[in-house]
Ligand binder design. Structure first.
Ligand SMILES: [Fe+2]
Ligand SMILES: [Fe+2]
Length: 289
């Protein structure tokens, strides 16, 4: 990707568990972020995740003055329904034929949470069929996919550090219930002249792994911003401290973390990063150049 920079990236937060103070946006448990990448007069609108509630995503999109028909590509960061559940409603509103929907092949794997009781939280069994019926074309790959020069998915994230805890189960081909490594967890990387902007879903592959993987992939060491969920909501304090410490080893200009980051991790990030940390909220519009 070296040499292929974007001139600007506009990030609009369409879904998050929190909303901006004094605004009409609606919150939900989920993530949806519209990324508008600009380079040499051309623009690509990439919708990263679709929340769990598509109506809420579309309402916020309307309040932000964005027509859903501008969406060129959808990237699904992983299979959890708070990121994929809004897809069908969004596809109807986008109304485009052969709309590319990029995800890791494991997005089709079952995913089960046993807390606080057994729940299926992956995509429905007829997912592929419904997507195709609404004009979407699934592009399932483990590899990083360049959407335009300067904008790429991470592909499968290298696990420099193994997952500390397993919160979800999956099924093997012979129907064994095993820990789910969430290998589908993918992020989006925007490359600007002086650094990267990382858009994450839940960071199930570990935020420090995502940062290291993105730096290796792009050969750019500086991170201008991390925007998304960091999935530390159930992490014990020592794990949060360790991860935040590891993050500070990297050159990171700003962190906008919400959704599944959790209050304790947000408090720790706020303590360590000061004004460089902002809780993610629906309705935010961030411009990076
Ligand atoms: Fe999530
Ligand atoms: Fe998730």
């Amino acid at each position: 990707m070296n040499g292929n920079f974007l001139e600007s990236v506009v990030v609009r937060v369409l879904a998050d568990n929190q909303v901006m103070f004094g605004t009409p946006y609606v919150g939900q448990h989920g993530v949806s972020i519209l990324v508008t990448a600009c380079r040499q007069g051309s623009e690509l609108n990439v919708l990263v995740d679709t929340g769990g509630d598509g109506d809420a995503v579309l309402r916020n999109m309307g309040l932000m003055g964005v027509n859903p028909r501008v969406v060129d590509v959808i990237v699904l960061t992983h299979r959890h329904k708070d990121h994929t559940g809004g897809l069908f409603k969004v596809l109807e509103a986008v109304g485009r034929e052969n709309l590319p929907i990029i995800a890791h092949p494991d997005i089709m794997k079952p995913n089960i949470s046993l807390e606080p009781h057994v729940r299926y939280i992956g995509v429905p069994a007829d997912f592929g069929k419904r997507v195709a019926g609404l004009g979407g074309t699934l592009i399932l790959t483990r590899d990083p996919l360049e959407l335009m020069p300067g904008l790429t998915t991470t592909g499968e994230v290298k696990r420099f550090r193994p997952m500390r805890r397993h919160e979800f189960k999956t099924l093997t081909e012979d129907f064994r219930m095993v820990d789910d490594e969430m290998m589908d967890d993918t992020s989006l990387i925007a490359l600007l002249r002086d650094g990267l902007v990382l858009i994450t879903g839940c960071s199930h592959s570990g935020i420090t792994n995502i940062v290291r993987h993105s730096v290796e992939l792009t050969k750019v060491g500086k991170v201008k911003a991390i925007v998304g969920g960091l999935h530390l909501v159930k992490a014990p304090e020592d794990e949060i401290a360790e991860i935040v410490e590891e993050l500070t080893q990297h050159e990171i200009e700003a962190i906008f973390a919400g959704h599944c980051t959790g209050f304790k991790a947000q408090a720790e990030l706020s303590k360590r990063y000061g004004d460089k940390f902002t809780p993610l909220q629906a309705g935010m519009k961030l411009i990076f150049k």
